[in-house]
Design a binder for this molecule. Structure first.
Ligand SMILES: Nc1ncnc2c1ncn2[C@@H]1O[C@H](COP(=O)(O)OP(=O)(O)O)[C@@H](O)[C@H]1O
Ligand SMILES: [Mg+2]
Length: 234
């Protein structure tokens, strides 16, 4: 479904992604692991067209998307739930959600997706009129995921959804992400929290200094000595 071939990304003079190649099949649930500054956010921004690659090729469903503008890539079926949520704190829950559907013309379909989001996160429904900025970190993360779902993506990129959240809250978010994958959405999940990511995903890639250094099944990575030492603190 998604294919990166020798992708290199620059921010100004600084090369942040080095020659990355990877493939994700439809329905897959894949982790992108790496410490702070490894390049996880840069890689996601490259995929969704915010930070186009300097070299290499990105394909989605067989079509080259390497140089397609970000606002058009959403319409092709990839949604990014960005690091740090990036909500509109002064807007209501429902208005934040509807922003995720801005490019959709099918009003009825949008309403159906909204009900799906509310089904997945009943707390958002209970408080649909409340200002997003008054929510707890966990609720804001649910809202950010909900907003990404509103675009009806076939593939969802989640950038560090566990960041700054208490372990119990992280569990709830992890369950919701697992449900989304079970509903048929292909998920690419970036995490510094390798423990939670490897518990729920099928496969994973490890990124260091903008380079992929390891890949494998999540159940193998979780026992890999290098991963244990660098990311699991054991
Ligand atoms: N706007 C920017 N300008 C310059 N360098 C940046 C910018 N954003 C990120 N970087 C650099 O790119 C590298 C990768 O960062 P990032 O993609 O944010 O990693 P991660 O998401 O894994 O923490 C880091 O070395 C970081 O300092
Ligand atoms: Mg990041």
């Amino acid at each position: 479904m998604l294919k990166l071939i020798n992708v290199t990304t620059m921010i100004g003079e600084h090369q942040v992604i080095h020659d990355v190649s990877l493939q994700i099949a439809r329905g897959d649930f894949v982790a992108l692991l790496g410490g702070n500054g490894a390049g996880k956010t840069s890689l996601f921004r490259t995929i969704v067209g915010v930070l186009p690659p300097a070299k290499g090729r990105i394909e989605f469903k067989g079509e080259e998307i390497s140089h397609i503008a970000a606002h058009k890539i959403v319409g092709k079926g990839i949604a990014l739930c960005p690091e740090g949520r990036q909500l509109f704190p002064q807007l209501s829950v429902q208005k934040n959600l509807m922003l995720g559907a801005y490019h959709r013309k099918d009003k009825k379909g949008v309403e159906e997706t909204l009900e799906q989001v509310y089904g997945l996160f009943p707390r958002l429904k209970e408080r649909y009129k409340q200002m997003a900025g008054t929510f707890s970190g966990g609720e804001q993360q649910m809202l950010a995921i909900g907003r990404a779902i509103m675009s009806k993506p076939e593939m969802l990129l989640l950038d560090e959804p566990s960041m700054g959240l208490a372990p119990l809250v992280v569990e709830g978010i992890a369950d919701a992400i697992t449900q989304l994958n079970q509903m048929g959405i292909t998920v690419f999940l970036s995490e510094q929290n390798a423990q939670i990511a490897l518990m729920i995903t099928h496969r994973g890639y490890v990124l260091e200094n903008g380079r992929l250094v390891l890949e494998g099944l999540s159940r193998d990575l979780i026992t890999n000595e290098k991963v244990k030492k660098a990311y699991l603190g054991t």
